[in-house]
Design a protein around this ligand. Structure first.
Ligand code: DGL
Length: 298
């Protein structure tokens, strides 16, 4: 996957905000990293809580929803779109790239590259929603990253030869994360069931391929064993955002205080309550409701 180069500069400039979206609140784990890495940037976040989960939706529905949100974010004059959702990235990235007026960044390839760089035995696991797993996009991204590393002399030939990507759908994890059940006996039991095939196949590197899963980091790490490397791609995505902004001369170097705006397709109060733990303490403020019938503020 390569990020789309900017094709037409309308009324955007380096001080314009970055547009970020997810099916709901999971993308906050990426937003938090973008704020940490790029403290001068303003952001507009859209969480499609009224239509989630995306993980059980069809390809066509995910593309339709993502396209509508991209158009909404463009109406807010964003200078970039970050698809902070693995499910939307795996199904809608190519379409958004083709039709967007601004650069588009996805969350699959940064994690895939990290995994390819860090595996020692070539056994890489991906845990994600059903829709992400069925797209097969992660497997392709890991192989592509491994081949690039090999060409650059940064991967051993025997690791590449043994490369094996195993993808496991963990649909209950997102609900457990939203429920705040990050480290309960039930969560541990569910994790043991989902992760057993990955343990059996000697997975040494595991990608958290859903933006909800970093909240379950401790349980996943305990179940897999401390020697398994867990990849939470939030910080690599933020780095990718910085690289693209620099390349397109869109990095905000002005010293003005950044502005943070939030929109949701469900109840704003509920959205803010659920989002706070995902933001790691901070709480979204002033969230506006957007009807997905009209994509107008209400
Ligand atoms: N946060 C989404 C992702 O990263 C998954 C949640 C959902 O199923 O809507 O894939």
């Amino acid at each position: 996957m390569t990020d789309k180069a900017i094709t037409s500069l309308t009324d955007i400039n380096s001080t314009s905000p970055i547009g970020i979206f997810d099916s709901g609140i999971g993308g906050m784990t990426v937003l938090k990293e973008i704020w940490n890495t790029l403290p001068g940037e303003s952001t507009v976040y859209f969480g499609d809580s009224g239509r989630q989960p995306y993980g059980s939706k069809s390809h066509d529905t995910i593309v339709k929803y993502s396209t509508e949100i991209m158009r909404f974010l463009e109406s807010k004059h964003v200078k970039m779109i970050v698809i902070a959702c693995n499910t939307a990235s795996s199904h809608a990235y190519d379409t958004l790239c083709r039709i967007s007026k601004v650069p588009v960044v996805e969350v699959i390839s940064p994690g895939a590259r990290q995994a390819a760089m860090r595996t020692r035995n070539g056994k890489i696991g991906i845990i994600a929603t059903r829709a992400t797993v069925s797209s097969g996009v992660y497997g392709g991204a890991v192989v592509e990253a491994a081949n690039q590393l090999m060409t650059a002399g940064k991967m051993d030939a025997d690791v590449l030869q043994n490369l094996e990507v195993r993808e496991v759908a963990c649909p209950l994890f997102a609900s457990l994360a939203e429920e705040g059940w990050w480290n309960t006996p039930v969560t541990r039991m569910v994790a043991e069931t989902y992760l057993q095939p990955l343990k059996d196949s000697c997975t040494d590197t595991l990608v958290l391929g859903c933006t909800h899963y970093p909240l379950l980091y401790d349980v996943i790490s305990d179940v897999m064993g401390k020697e398994t490397i867990l990849i939470d791609s939030g910080s690599s995505v933020a780095e990718r955002v910085r690289e693209v902004l620099i390349k397109d001369h869109l990095l905000n170097e002005a010293s003005a205080q950044p502005a943070y705006h939030f929109y949701t397709s469900d109840d704003p109060q509920m959205f803010e309550n659920m989002a706070a733990p995902f933001l790691g303490g901070g709480r979204p403020k002033g969230t506006c409701h957007i009807s997905t019938d009209s994509f107008r503020e209400e």
